[in-house]
Design a protein around this ligand. Structure first.
Ligand SMILES: [Zn+2]
Length: 334
């Protein structure tokens, strides 16, 4: 891989290429939400820093350092990620392993790189690291990662070159999906791109979750019941369905969006071939043909599902959010 193989973030690629060519040491902090590609950029940057013959596009991919890197055998990259046995990295590990390790020279490359996920570093651990960040040996680069700069100490931030990962454009997300979820149907990819907030990892999750056929059938059945259902049925049976599928909430919401999208398509072009839920075509056609189902109402249903997805993002009360969505859809389609 080279910088140009990574999609989007052109400003960051230029910054990294410049840092590599000047062989800058010191501390860099990649900030962006989970799934934004922080790790991918950090790894590519680390590889370029270690490469014997890096260019504008990052690592050469051919030298011995690159080969060791690709094989995962280079001793000159140290990664500090979430520990398997506790919530945060232990302070003693930073003090007794990482700090002394930073003093030692690299074994094969000119640079030694530490990739440290600050999301799993408490204040005490960050403090323990400060001295190394303050006076880094010339051969050391620290790449820090953070999904929330508010929990990073100011003293750490002030020593780092901050690199903020910006939301990706819709086209970039679609390109990333094509690479990572090649079998994803076009409509699902579009829904994923529209609802991921510019975060590729989230788009990939939505696109992958959208593939559960059995779940799709159940969601379609539930959705098609909503217009005819009584309030009581919505607040009991249908709401229970949402609760039973809490773990798949994003997939369920995605399928509802795809179902509404199908109804919109059938409303515009009754013999439209491009619908996702072909098995339920007759019922969807019937819903689309109803004079009460107009584009404005369908648009409001879409807004209700998006509101539900936002509520999931901020960990709002699941029950309340799913009931609000169901009642809104019922209100518009009854
Ligand atoms: Zn190389």
């Amino acid at each position: 891989m080279a910088f140009s193989d990574l999609i989007g973030q052109n400003g960051i690629k230029k910054t990294l290429a410049a840092a590599v060519s000047e062989r800058q040491s010191g501390t860099f902090m990649f900030e962006g939400p989970l799934g934004s590609g922080r790790h991918t950029f950090a790894e590519e940057f680390a590889k370029a820093l270690m490469c014997d013959d890096p260019g504008e596009n990052g690592a050469c991919g051919k030298c011995n350092c690159c080969k060791y890197y690709d094989a995962g055998t280079t001793p000159d990259v140290v990664r500090v990620y979430k520990p398997s046995d506790s919530k945060n990295v232990k302070v003693s590990y930073i003090k007794e392993t990482i700090v002394p390790e930073a003093i030692l020279r690299p074994q094969f490359s000119k640079t030694k790189v530490f990739i440290i996920d600050c999301d799993y570093l408490g204040a005490e651990s960050q403090n323990a690291l400060l001295k190394s960040l303050e006076e880094p040996p010339r051969h050391v680069v620290f790449i820090l990662l953070s999904s929330n700069r508010d929990v990073v100490l100011d003293t750490v931030l002030s020593r780092a070159t901050e690199i903020k990962i910006e939301p990706y454009t819709k086209d970039e997300i679609l390109e990333i999906l094509k690479k990572n979820v090649p079998d994803c149907p076009e409509q699902t990819a579009l829904i994923a791109a529209d609802n991921c907030g510019g975060v590729p990892g989230k788009a990939i999750t939505i696109a992958k979750q959208g593939e559960d056929i059995d779940l799709k059938r159940k969601v379609a059945e539930m959705f098609l019941e909503i217009p005819e259902a009584s309030y009581c049925k919505i607040l009991n049976d249908i709401s229970d369905f949402m609760n039973d599928h809490k773990a798949d909430a994003v997939a369920v919401a995605t399928d509802i969006l795809l179902l509404i999208d199908d109804v919109m398509r059938l409303k515009g072009i009754p013999d439209c071939k491009k619908i996702t839920f072909t098995e339920q075509r007759l019922k969807l056609e019937k819903l689309a043909a109803s004079p009460k189902t107009d584009m404005v109402r369908l648009g409001k249903c879409v807004a209700a599902v998006k509101e539900f997805l936002r509520a999931l993002d901020v960990n709002a009360n699941y029950d309340a959010a799913s009931c609000a969505m169901l009642l809104k859809i019922h209100e518009e389609l009854k």
